[in-house]
Design a protein around this ligand. Structure first.
Ligand code: SAM
Length: 230
C-alpha cells in the first residue's frame, strides 16, 4: 500500500514502463507498480547503504529478484544501458538535489521518455533545470498528506520547451492555472515565512542586501498570485 504521495507519483508512470526509481529507499514505489503489473522492469537506485539494504529486503520478501534490481550508486549511475530504462522517478528529496541528479545523469537520460519528479522543497529549481535542458512540463499535481504539501512534476523531452518566467517557475505553470485550497494554504504559509525572514534580515547587524531583494521579489510574486483568488 503506497502513501498518497507515492501513489500520485505512480499514477503518472505509463503502463509497461521500464522504470528507474532513484533514491528508492525501500523500493516501495517500483514494488507496488510490479505488484499491480503496471511496469515490466525496474531499477531501484540508492546512494546510501541502509536504504539499499532496505531495498534488498523488500525485493526478497516479494520475490521480485528478476524484475526489480537494487543498485548502490549515486543518482543516475544506477542506470545501465542494458536496462533500457524509459521512465525515471525521483521522489522525496530537495529540488536542488533532484536537479543535480538530472544534471549529472544526462548520458543515462538519453533514452528516457518521461520524468516524474517529487521535490519536497525547491520545486522552482527542478522546473528551471527542466526548461533549460529541453524538457516540457506535461502535468503537475499538488497534494497534502500528514500535514505536508507535496508537488509532483511530470516532464518529457522536447526540442522546443515553453519558456517560463519567474512566476511559472515558482508556482508551477499548471498549478498556477487552477489554484486549489491546498495551493492557497501553502503559499499563504510561505508568504508568512518569507515575511518573518525579511524582518529578521532587517534586524541583522549587516543587512544581506541581495538575499533581501530576492526574498522581497518572492513576497511580491506570492502576494500577486494570492490576490487573484480573493
Ligand atoms: N523515494 C522514496 C520516497 O519518496 O519515499 C524515498 C525518499 S528518501 C526521503 C530519499 C532517499 O534518497 C534516501 O534514501 C537517500 O539515501 C536517497 N538519495 C539521496 N541522494 C541520492 C543520490 N544522489 N542518489 C541516489 N539516492 C540518493
Amino acid at each position: 500500500h503506497l502513501s498518497k504521495r507515492l501513489a500520485t507519483v505512480a499514477q503518472y508512470v505509463p503502463d509497461g514502463a521500464r522504470l528507474a526509481d532513484i533514491g528508492s529507499d525501500h523500493a516501495y514505489l517500483p514494488a507496488a507498480l510490479l505488484i499491480q503489473k503496471r511496469i515490466r522492469y525496474a531499477v531501484a537506485g540508492e546512494v546510501a547503504k541502509g536504504p539499499f539494504e532496505n531495498e534488498q529486503k523488500e525485493i526478497q520478501r516479494l520475490g521480485f529478484q528478476k524484475q526489480l534490481i537494487p543498485r548502490l550508486a549515486d543518482g543516475m549511475a544506477a542506470v545501465h544501458p542494458d536496462d533500457q530504462i524509459n521512465v525515471v522517478t525521483i521522489a522525496g528529496m530537495g529540488g536542488s538535489l533532484i536537479a543535480r541528479i538530472l544534471d549529472e545523469g544526462q548520458a543515462q537520460l538519453a533514452g528516457v521518455q518521461r520524468l516524474i519528479l517529487q521535490p519536497n522543497v525547491g520545486e522552482h529549481q527542478v522546473r528551471k533545470w527542466l526548461m533549460n535542458h529541453q524538457y516540457q512540463i506535461m502535468a503537475e499535481q499538488m497534494l497534502a498528506e500528514d500535514g505536508h504539501v507535496y508537488e509532483v512534476i511530470v516532464a518529457e523531452p522536447t526540442v522546443c520547451p515553453v519558456r517560463y518566467g519567474a512566476k511559472e517557475l515558482l508556482f508551477g505553470p499548471f498549478l498556477l492555472e487552477k489554484p486549489t485550497p491546498i495551493f492557497i494554504t501553502k503559499w499563504q504559509q510561505e508568504l508568512e515565512r518569507c515575511q518573518n525572514a525579511v524582518n529578521q534580515m532587517h534586524q541583522a547587524a549587516t543587512v544581506p542586501v541581495e538575499r533581501l531583494q530576492r526574498m522581497q521579489q518572492k513576497i511580491n510574486l506570492i502576494k500577486e498570485v494570492l490576490s487573484h483568488d480573493d
